[in-house]
Design a binder for this molecule. Structure first.
Ligand code: CMP
Length: 138
């Protein structure tokens, strides 16, 4: 079993579709083993997305990610990182395959409803950023 980190983003919490996203996650054999609804501070968002700090969309991304509640999650399953990336679909919903979360729900390349880790190494870093060990129940 592997773990990955997920964020259900402000565009999705605003539209009250976290349940639908969780249903897709569970139908695809990933288990939600930790979950909480939080408001990201500007510092937290900047730290989390520090890899994108030179990108032209960085400031807009931080404003968006702090514009409303997010749901941060730890997902567990076989090949969890790749599995969740497959379920999410491409970053830009225009390029996302059918039956993916982003094809169904994302509004555009920024307001793309979900984030998922891109490697096992980053999954660990991202999980540790948001969760204490005793908040995760496998
Ligand atoms: P995520 O997978 O969380 O990783 C970085 C985020 O930046 C991405 O999802 C989008 O929300 C956002 N993003 C990526 N590319 C662009 C872009 N070209 N314009 C605006 N936002 C983007």
């Amino acid at each position: 079993m592997n773990k990955t980190f997920s964020i259900i983003k402000p565009d999705a919490t605003k539209r009250n579709i976290t349940g639908d996203i969780n249903k897709i996650i569970e139908e695809n054999n990933l288990r939600i083993i930790a979950q909480k609804r939080i408001l990201l501070s500007t510092d937290q968002a900047k730290n989390f997305y520090t890899i994108h700090k030179e990108k032209p969309f960085f400031n807009e991304l931080i404003n968006y990610m702090t514009s409303g509640p997010v749901v941060v999650q730890v997902l567990e399953g076989k090949n969890a990182v790749q599995k969740y990336r497959d379920i999410m679909g491409a970053t830009n919903p225009d390029n996302a395959k059918d039956d993916t979360i982003r094809k169904k729900h994302a509004l555009n390349v920024q307001e793309n409803s979900v984030h998922g880790s891109d490697s096992d190494e980053n999954a660990k870093i991202e999980i540790d950023f948001f969760f204490q060990k005793d908040e995760i129940i496998s």
